[in-house]
Design a protein around this ligand. Structure first.
Ligand SMILES: Cc1ncc(COP(=O)(O)O)c(C=O)c1O
Length: 425
């Protein structure tokens, strides 16, 4: 039965079973040692101040430009901005787009989160099947379940999702649910939450599986520009026909959190996604597109050159402090992105309960691992022939190194390590 408001009208059924995002909920805590949400801590604010100062002069000189930039625009983004993004995607990520003639393959959304939602909303009917890694980005899992998708989670190792198991899950889905999955979702570059990066061989294997079974592969490239060493090519580079891979980029990590995501989608998928976006927000703020257009045209390389080594230092400080102070467990070793994933060897340890009881009173916040597993999803059995209810692993946590300077990270992680060691012996 649906929730009621107490005022005579009722809430939709999903409000009963979808909880508030654990990460959003954690934003209310103001702690000294913040290792929770993926908040960028290195934002080129000086560059953005310069861009805005230049723009304010331009707007005074050219009121027509100002009128346009403070106005509604096309749902999928302004042509000039799409051309700039197409060039970046082509030059830096090797995505096969002819910038002169195919720039309209790029579409923008309010953050890549909106692209995730609109993709699910336009592809998934209740009962449709979706494949994700285990664990997976909770901002993908919650909307997938809200829309009635059946999530099958696939085991991951230190290289990310295991393609052979994806293929087995597809076969099991056909047998159990009488249908092939519609979507495979991955974050190939420095995954959220595990921080792992898919090697090229696995990217190719996933692409081949998506081709063979005619499934849409969502490549969420949120952290693709935040890389400490050269990364394997984007899966999208394999999609010469532009019909198999939905590539999602975002300015949130590589520029600033101005709520602009940019995607390259198969053209029929793009049409539906933009139809959905049109009803969600009409369009993305034009002024924000103008600011980011300047950034992507003239400043991003300089900002990345300065910012990435700083993120790397933060990662190194966190990894070193974990190794020095945490009790027995396993951590991932990311080569980019914002997160390290840690799993205690003690299977009975509950990172959620520990956070409330011990970490928060000690001014420390991280994200417990359990929300990165679907609430009502499925997992493969050990012999890969059947499905069982998804099994969250409460003895895990996601530790974000993006927000704080290295010294504070070292201090906070060592403090957390001491508390964990006391707890776990
Ligand atoms: C993997 C992944 N995808 C998508 C998003 C959403 O990003 P945004 O909506 O800010 O573009 C995030 C944000 O943290 C993320 O980690």
């Amino acid at each position: 039965m649906a929730n009621t408001t107490g005022n005579g009208y009722g809430f939709a059924t999903w409000t009963n079973f979808i909880e508030e995002s654990q990460i959003r909920a954690l934003l209310k805590y103001n702690v000294k040692y913040y290792f929770a949400g993926g908040k960028p801590g290195i934002i080129p604010t000086g560059i953005f101040a310069d861009i805005m100062a230049d723009l304010s002069v331009k707007y005074k000189e050219n009121p027509k430009l100002a009128l346009d930039d403070f106005n509604y625009g096309p749902t999928g983004g302004e042509t000039w901005f799409l051309k700039t993004l197409a060039k970046r995607l082509c030059d830096v990520r090797g995505i096969p787009i002819d910038c002169e003639t195919e720039w309209d393959r790029v579409a923008i959304t309010n953050g890549s989160q909106q692209a995730i939602y609109a993709l699910l909303d336009t592809l998934i009917d209740p009962g449709d099947v979706i494949i994700t890694p285990s664990p997976a980005y909770l901002g993908f899992l919650a909307p997938a379940e809200k829309l009635g998708g059946r999530v099958i989670t696939i085991p991951t190792d230190l290289d990310g999702i295991i393609p052979g198991d994806v293929e087995k899950a597809i076969e099991v889905s056909k047998k159990k649910f009488g249908k092939c999955p519609d979507i495979i979702y991955v974050v190939p570059d420095s995954d959220n939450p595990k921080g792992t990066t898919l090697p090229m061989k696995r990217r190719q294997a996933l692409f081949d599986i998506a081709e063979t079974y005619e499934i849409l592969l969502i490549e969420d490239a949120a952290y693709a520009e935040i890389q400490f060493k050269e990364n394997p090519k984007a899966i999208k580079t394999l999609d010469k026909e532009n019909n198999r891979v939905a590539y999602l980029g975002t300015s949130s990590k590589e520029a600033a959190v101005l709520r602009v995501g940019y995607s390259v989608l198969p053209s029929d998928v793009k049409e539906q996604v933009l139809k959905d976006k049109g009803y969600l927000d009409l369009c993305t703020t034009t002024l924000v597109q103008r600011i980011l257009d300047e950034y992507y045209k003239n400043y991003i390389d300089e900002a990345m050159r300065a910012g990435i080594p700083k993120y790397k230092k933060r990662y190194e400080a966190m990894a070193k402090a974990i190794d020095a102070s945490f009790p027995a467990g396993v951590r991932t070793d990311p080569t980019g992105g914002f997160f390290i994933w840690w799993q205690s060897n003690d299977k009975k340890f509950d990172a959620g309960e520990f956070m409330k009881r011990v970490a928060i009173p000690n001014d420390i916040l991280y994200v417990p691992g359990a929300p990165f597993y679907p609430q009502s999803g499925h997992r493969l059995t050990k012999d890969n022939t059947d499905l069982r209810k998804s099994l969250p692993q409460p003895n895990t946590m996601r530790l974000g190194f993006s927000y704080l300077p290295p010294e504070t990270i070292s201090e906070g992680i060592e403090h957390l390590g001491d508390l964990l060691s006391k707890e776990l012996g």
